[in-house]
Design a protein around this ligand. Sequence first.
Ligand SMILES: [Zn+2]
Length: 288
Amino acid sequence: MRLSRREAAITLALAALPCAGCAAAQKFGPGPAAGSSNAAASGGASASSQAASPSITSSASPRSVALPLAGSVVGIDPGHNGGNFTDPGFINQLIWNGREQETCDTAGTETAGGYTEALFNFHVASHLRDDLVAAGATVVMTRKTNNGVGPCVNHRAEIINAAHADVAIDIHADGGPTWGRGFTVLEPVADGPNDKVIRDSIGFGRTVRSALLKYTRMPQSDYYGHNGVVFRNDLAGLNLTTVPKVLIECGNMPNLTDAALLASPSFQREIAGAFTTAIISYLTGSQA
Ligand SMILES: [Zn+2]
């Protein structure tokens, strides 16, 4: 029996549910051996093979499973950069964000204990990249380390646009009031360059919100937006995008409860796993 890409994705996603943070390991095991990816992507054994039909469970050979994101391109923007504070001249330069001028970037926020947003963003992005690659995707990241400066927010959008990503996510954590908790999904507002991807971005944002509520310990925001969603027309990453995209404030760093989660490696894997599930769901039409 040859499962369709959609069927395989649904089964794989369901198998991963008890442990969203371990999604890639549960779904794909150690990964296909070198040279086997084409066979896996094209459906595995030939019709004449006597091998048993592929059974899509956690015990199935990964070589017999069609990877759900084979052929897909995903953009990841880990917000800010660990070295941004070292070069204010570069970071404070004004760029055009599609509607108005804004600064190239900022240094980002941090917890009371000094855990930086830039590092959190980078760790989550790295876990997400690994999960997506294990699921067969090609991943484009706007930065590959956490010790550099930039790129500017408009250039980050250009990198993902140029890759013709099927979907993209900007990863941040907020610097809200100390009493406020929770994540927020930031959605684009039509402004010209992004007109064609508003509807898809809203659909993707809905899927991400559901996955965060279902698979992570972070609640939706109690201080910002409505039901964990807010529309923003002042951010280059959303104004300039030509691919479906949302920006996620994964939690509120100044809040001590959120900070304990955000700085924790287990939560960073957990939220990356939720993003992976949401992206597979969005790109394959399966249930998150
Ligand atoms: Zn940020």
